[in-house]
Design a protein around this ligand. Structure first.
Ligand code: MIG
Length: 851
């Protein structure tokens, strides 16, 4: 097929040009270049470069090309129809006529990526766009693509990458605040990824125009993209986070429950909220201050009348165990009396028009200018204000809003800086060719990313012994290196509770593991029922914050009467019970990029039914969450993949793969645990500060059915919960492997729980370990720890998770007097406590021969 429009430039045929080893460099007669380079055996970078274009500034990438190992062979050779580049994992064939690529796994016959052989690249001069076309196999799903509305599979849509402040979010609203131009094509367990490494406005046509074609378009620069060969989904996500970076280990408090409200008018209202939360025993770690705290919305100020003594407010809240996170907006009020403005102008660090004068717009404070976060000096300057006015005063984290950047001067949803605003140069770019000026059209999508970098680095500099915390609305690929992400201005609609699942799952697959939605909904009025369902669902997402807009109904969990309050409290208490598991998942994500919240098929790649499920997710490897997303529901259908699953709160056991109808009273949403697997849980605390000395752990296991043979392991990662000692080895990591075996009788079962030796030099302040085995149906015949018999305990043992945090008891390490076990028949729970040993040892529980 020839090019379709007159304004499309002819491309090809290509010839090879002199190129360094390992790189296939081609050119055509009109000066288009095509560069194919292997960065790793399973990672290829392809650049289609029109004459005169400039390379992408690699802000998205975690490290420069020079830091990638080259310890693998790459072969480049000519073929009858073009060239072949091969690594141990893949071969890329390039057709000389058009430049079309076909990528195969080493030894594979079928290509997993096939560019449109007739017209792989388009160079469109009328829109200054470049596009890439590839074949989208029938039946494949399109996942990732960052923060988008809609369902899990993005196929059939056109999605745009241009950070935008928009509300409300309708089912097809696009784009939103974040741009992560990364798509995963997934089919029956086989995945590959395509990352468009270009910061301009871009667009993905995912089989909309032609059902079996993927087209990616960029509005400027080069068509620069990486292909991640997979073959598994896990492989692709790991590769993408190797390329763009991983979330740093967050402070543990950032995994606790957080509360926010736009419109808390003054410090007294904040104090009342804080006191009420404690009085009602609703656990909470973080209180947010929205724009209300500022003086006339001037960033880095405190309103002298309404927030007269920020230091006292911060220290009083700290005394009650709260961390405070303050909003920071990038728009700086034009006001000669205002030092932030004066200094920003004097230092020349604000965004400017081509004539050099600062670009002026309008946001909350009125007429504003914006710092140019694309410059290192501007990031540092901004960071000095964060440090002075916020961090050094005791503010625990920075909440970056409006950083698309949003401007009110243009009508929403497109209001931002003018396309000809100038940014840069960023003197911190390692590659000196990247230290250049650029237009807003190119810099727009990374503004929020670099604002977050500023907030992250300034906290680190001001308080080097604490982990920074940043929450951001806008971002680009790689944002996870600096910030957690919330999904912006959702509404208190059931539809948005539904959408939270696919949105957060796809963010996780796009590298952003630490993400959450406004629990309860931001705009519009929530209801008690919606809040209850949302609070439960939110407890099982990576980042949990209740936030709502000014002039909407207040949505603290006690605003809807005692029943809703009790239901929400229990959900939040579960959030705290889950902390050891969540913290371990955060560690796993920080080391491997693994999403905390995963699609059902993550661990079940061959399961076609799991791939169809949009309204459930897995929290880590062992919990299936089936939220209730409709009013008045009392039941829902749930899908459980292969394995045996036990309902956390009901006597229900399901042997997957199966669709099941499950009961869902308002009190709880359905959550299933993998039978036989260890889920590390902890005590309920009012805030994580209470846990500082309380390292009690309850290794919670639901027994598989009698007669089962299976084994399954779990990490437990622990450390001080903040600071960087873990980088020097001050952590504790153990693997708990549960091996279940059947006996002679059908009713028999035996467990060997093997605790791997402790890795890391940190010892948790505890002497005892607790294992809770639920649903075994009867007391065991024998319990042995490290070969010695564990006797039945003198009195009943209450599981750690059933009592409150008890710092005194926990600090003394004396929450058990002697090894022992106790079986509670009413709860059908066996509790075993024994002295924890740092070396490898096994707990053996045997029901064989028991009555
Ligand atoms: O134009 O600071 O998404 O979370 O409460 C609205 C007020 C500005 C938008 C954020 C929202 C925040 C609100 N902000």
């Amino acid at each position: 097929m020839p090019p379709e429009a007159n304004d499309t430039v002819l491309i090809g045929p290509f010839h090879q040009v002199q190129s360094p080893a390992r790189l296939l460099a081609l050119s055509d007669a009109r000066g288009h270049r095509l560069l194919v380079e292997a960065w790793a055996p399973d990672l290829v970078r392809i650049r289609f470069v029109p004459p005169g274009s400039v390379p992408t500034i690699s802000w998205a990438l975690a490290r420069p090309r020079s830091e990638w190992p080259e310890d693998f062979p790459v072969r480049v050779e000519a073929t009858a129809s073009g060239w072949r580049l091969s690594t141990p994992a893949l071969t890329a064939e390039v057709a000389s006529a058009t430049g079309a690529l076909a990528l195969r796994a080493a030894g594979g016959l079928e290509p997993f990526v096939q560019h449109d052989p007739e017209c792989p690249f388009r160079h469109d001069t009328s829109t200054v766009g470049l596009s890439l076309r590839a074949v989208l196999p029938a039946g494949a799903m399109c996942l990732g693509l960052g923060e988008k509305t809609g369902w899990l599979d993005r196929r059939g849509r056109i999605l745009e990458m241009w950070n935008t402040d928009v509300l409300p979010h309708l089912p097809d609203t696009d784009p939103l605040y974040q741009s992560i131009p990364f798509v995963i094509v997934y089919q029956e367990g086989r995945a590959f990824g395509l990352f468009l490494h270009n910061t301009h406005r871009s667009r993905f046509d995912l089989g909309f125009t032609q059902p079996e074609r993927l087209e990616a378009w960029v509005g400027g620069g080069e068509l620069d993209y990486f292909i991640l060969a997979g073959p598994s989904l896990e492989h692709v996500v790991r590769g993408f986070t190797d390329l763009t970076g991983r979330m740093p280990l967050p402070p543990r408090w950032a995994l606790g429950y957080q509360h926010s409200r736009w419109g808390l008018h003054d410090a007294d209202q904040v104090r009342e909220l804080a006191a009420e939360m404690r009085r009602r025993r609703v656990p909470c770690d973080v209180i947010y201050l929205d724009i209300d705290y500022m003086d006339g919305y001037r960033v880095f100020t405190w309103d002298p009348a309404r927030f007269p003594d920020p230091d006292a407010l911060l220290s009083d809240l700290a005394a009650q165990g709260y961390r405070v996170v303050t909003i920071v907006d990038p728009g700086v009020r034009i006001d000669d009396e205002y030092p932030v403005y004066r200094e920003g102008i004097a230092k020349g660090v604000m965004c400017r028009k081509a004539d050099g004068r600062p670009f002026e717009g309008v946001v909350w404070p009125g007429p504003t200018v914006w710092p140019d976060f694309l410059r290192a000096d501007a990031r540092r300057w901004w960071g000095s204000w964060i440090a002075r006015q916020l961090t050094r005063r005791g503010v625990a984290g920075i909440w970056n809003d409006m950083n698309e950047p949003a401007s009110f001067r243009h009508p929403l949803p497109t209001g931002t800086l003018d396309p000809d605003v100038m940014h840069g140069p960023d003197e911190e770019r390692e590659d000196t060719t990247e230290r250049r000026e650029l237009l807003h059209a190119e810099g727009h999508n990374v503004y929020g990313l670099l604002m977050s970098q500023s907030a992250f680095e300034s906290q680190l500099a001001a308080r080097p012994d604490r982990r920074p915390f940043v929450l951001t609305r806008a971002g680009f690929a790689g944002v996870q290196r600096y910030a957690a992400v919330w999904t912006g201005d959702n509404s208190s609609w059931w539809e948005h509770l539904t959408m939270m699942g696919p949105e957060l799952i796809n963010l996780g697959l796009s590298g952003v593991a630490f993400a959450g939605a406004d629990v309860g909904g931001f705009t519009r009025h929530t209801s008690g029922e919606l809040l209850a369902r949302w609070t439960w669902a939110g407890a099982f997402t990576p980042f949990m914050r209740n936030h709502s807009a000014i002039e909407t109904r207040r949505q603290e969990v006690w605003r809807f009467g005692p029943e809703i309050e009790a239901i929400c409290r229990e959900a939040i208490e579960w959030r705290y019970r889950l902390l050891p598991y969540l913290y371990t998942l955060a560690w796993e994500s920080s080391s491997l990029g693994t999403p905390i919240m995963r699609p059902l098929f993550w661990d079940h790649p061959g399961d076609a039914a799991a791939a169809r499920v949009q309204d459930q997710w897995m929290l880590g490897p062992h919990l299936v969450v089936a939220p209730i997303t409709q009013p008045a529901a009392t039941h829902r259908a749930a899908y459980l993949p292969a394995g045996e699953w036990v309902h956390l709160w009901q006597p229900v056991r399901i042997l997957g793969p199966a669709h099941a109808l499950v009961d869902a009273p308002l009190s709880h949403i359905p959550v299933f645990a993998r039978a036989g697997a260890v889920v590390p849980l902890g005590p309920v605390a009012q805030h994580t500060g209470e846990l500082a000395a309380d390292a009690r752990i309850s290794l919670y296991v639901t027994a598989p059915s009698p007669g089962s043979a299976m084994s399954c392991w779990t990490w437990l990662y622990e450390d001080e919960g903040d600071g960087f000692g873990y980088r020097q080895g001050r952590f504790s990591r153990r693997r708990f492997e549960a091996r279940w075996s059947p006996g002679e009788r059908a009713a028999d079962l035996a467990l060997a729980l093997v605790c791997s030796p402790r890795e890391g030099s940190w010892s948790p302040p505890r002497r005892w370990l607790e294992v809770v085995i639920a649903r075994a149906g009867r007391p065991p015949a024998s319990v042995r720890w490290a070969g010695d018999a564990v006797p039945p305990s003198q009195g009943p043992l209450r599981p750690v998770t059933m009592g409150p945090a008890d710092p005194a008891e926990a600090a003394s390490g004396e929450w058990a007097q002697a090894p022992g076990w106790h079986y509670d028949e009413a709860l059908d729970v066996l509790v075993v406590r024994f002295g924890e040993a740092p070396s490898e040892s096994a707990l053996e529980v045997d029901w064989r021969g028991a009555p």
